[in-house]
Design a protein around this ligand. Structure first.
Ligand code: TRP
Length: 451
């Protein structure tokens, strides 16, 4: 039978859980990744596919993953063992936990490098390094990319910060920090949207790029990227929300909290897009500039605004915090497992996983400069890790989670965790049993060239 409480503790309230889970969802994915992949994939039509994936695949799977966590009450690996025993199913399901742990490690390795860019930009803003000249701004970004030393330094700073929070446990100071930082980030995004409006014609160009769908821009790869991003941005498919769910007191509605989290996450992403694309058009930049997009556009806005240096510092500080609250959810599954199964203290578990992830991250930092020529399947290390995790591992993990709750767990047990009115429960069941797994499978098989 399911345990009633996790050995790692519990969230102090429903609100605390919403903050932590929103903290995990809102991060670089919304502000850095969403705009640049939207730019690379032609805009509006891509945004629509992404929104459809959030609704039809993301939200149902978020509910599924959270309920598994709350019922299993342990790290994802042990939760899967417990739940498959409860359902008289094959114990091999616990490998799904391992797939998630691996995905978390691989994601954090590159996530930390990008968060390092944001750290570097705090300092740039402080030294008055932002300019209203798009060329100067781009040169400054390129020079950061060309410096392995700086990239590794900032990556190290971010990893140390992440692991020192994880060491203290999921609750310690974190709940309070998120409470202040998330609304502040939202406020600054609104300031940036306000600035974007002042670009006149470019503002409307930006909006129509984001919201006028042109489906000729969409191919199978774009659909895979949009679907993968729905998992990435909601933090699904690798056990992060499962482990957060395992600290969720019973009696709190998983469905409602999931809707809040997905809603907040989507709003932040769209605001980031609305802030950035007008700047792209106002300054004659390329929407498809790639991973550097926000670092080549936002500094122009700060360079132009009165008091822009201050807004610039604030913005990048908040971005670093948003990244931190996401990063901790990426390592929590492995740390929880090391504590449960190896008897490590949280401190030891954190240091050990931190060092391994840091080392992998160094190779990502090098992939932007000295190792940029090293390619596998025509992708450098950064692109490879990103593709492997966001486009393959997360959707595969999400598919298995949907199948597990939809087909393997006993309906009675699922109902116990969800406690929903019959027709909502039935609607959700259709999504986790059929819609979500079938969509993921179709997209993956199509991209793999099966049909
Ligand atoms: N959702 C975060 C972002 O958008 C990243 C993240 C946190 C994540 N936890 C995750 C991605 C778990 C995948 C899986 O920045």
């Amino acid at each position: 039978m399911a345990n009633t409480k996790s050995i790692h503790g519990e969230w102090s309230s429903r609100f605390a859980y919403i903050l932590a889970a929103t903290g995990s969802a809102v991060g670089l994915g919304n502000i850095w990744k969403f705009p640049y992949i939207t730019g690379e994939n032609g805009g509006g039509a891509f945004v629509l596919v992404y929104l459809a994936c959030v609704i039809a695949i993301g939200i149902p799977i978020m509910i599924a993953e959270t309920l598994m966590g709350r019922r299993g009450r342990q790290s994802p690996i042990n939760t899967l063992t417990t739940l498959s025993t409860e359902a008289n199913a094959n114990k091999k399901w616990h490998y799904l936990g391992w797939l998630g742990v691996l995905a978390g490690v691989l994601i954090l390795a590159y996530y930390s490098v990008i968060a390092g860019w944001a750290c570097a930009y705090v300092l740039k803003a402080f030294w008055g390094g932002f300019s209203s000249d798009a060329i100067v701004v781009k040169e400054s970004f390129d020079s950061l990319m060309a410096s392995p030393g700086q990239l590794v330094f900032w990556h190290s700073v971010f990893m140390v910060a992440t692991m020192s929070i994880v060491m203290r446990g999921v609750k310690g100071g974190l709940e309070k920090a998120v409470q202040v930082l998330m609304p502040a980030l939202l406020a600054l995004l609104i300031v940036l949207v306000g600035y974007a409006m002042s670009t006149g014609e470019a503002y409307f160009k930006g909006l129509s790029f984001l919201f006028d769908p042109d489906f000729s821009e969409i191919d199978a790869d774009a659909i895979l990227t949009a679907m993968g991003h729905a998992f990435f941005t909601l933090g699904l498919g690798m056990g992060a929300i499962m482990v957060y769910g395992s600290y969720l007191p019973s009696g709190i509605s998983i469905t409602k909290t999931s809707l809040y989290i997905a809603g907040a996450d989507t709003i932040v992403a769209l605001l980031a897009g609305i802030a950035i694309f007008p700047l792209v058009f106002a300054n004659g930049l390329e929407p498809g500039a790639g991973p550097g997009l926000i670092f080549q556009t936002l500094p122009i806005a700060f360079g132009n605004m009165t008091g822009g240096w201050l807004f610039g510092i604030l913005f990048f500080v908040l971005l670093v915090f948003a990244a931190l609250t996401s990063a901790i959810s990426l390592v929590e599954p492995i740390v929880a497992w090391l504590v449960e199964n190896r008897g490590f203290t949280r401190a030891k578990a954190s240091v050990l996983s931190g060092v391994a992830i840091w080392a992998l991250g160094v190779s990502v930092a090098f992939s932007f400069n000295i190792w940029s020529g090293f390619k596998v399947f025509d992708k450098n290390i950064f692109d490879l890790l990103d593709y492997l995790t966001a486009n393959l591992m997360l959707p595969i993990g999400g598919f298995c989670i949907a199948v597990f709750t939809g087909w393997v767990m006993q309906t009675e047990h699922v109902k116990e965790e969800l406690d929903l009115p019959e027709f909502i429960f039935n609607a959700w069941t259709i999504f986790v049993k059929y819609v979500a797994p079938a969509s993921v499978l179709l997209v993956l098989l199509h991209v793999l060239g099966v049909f």
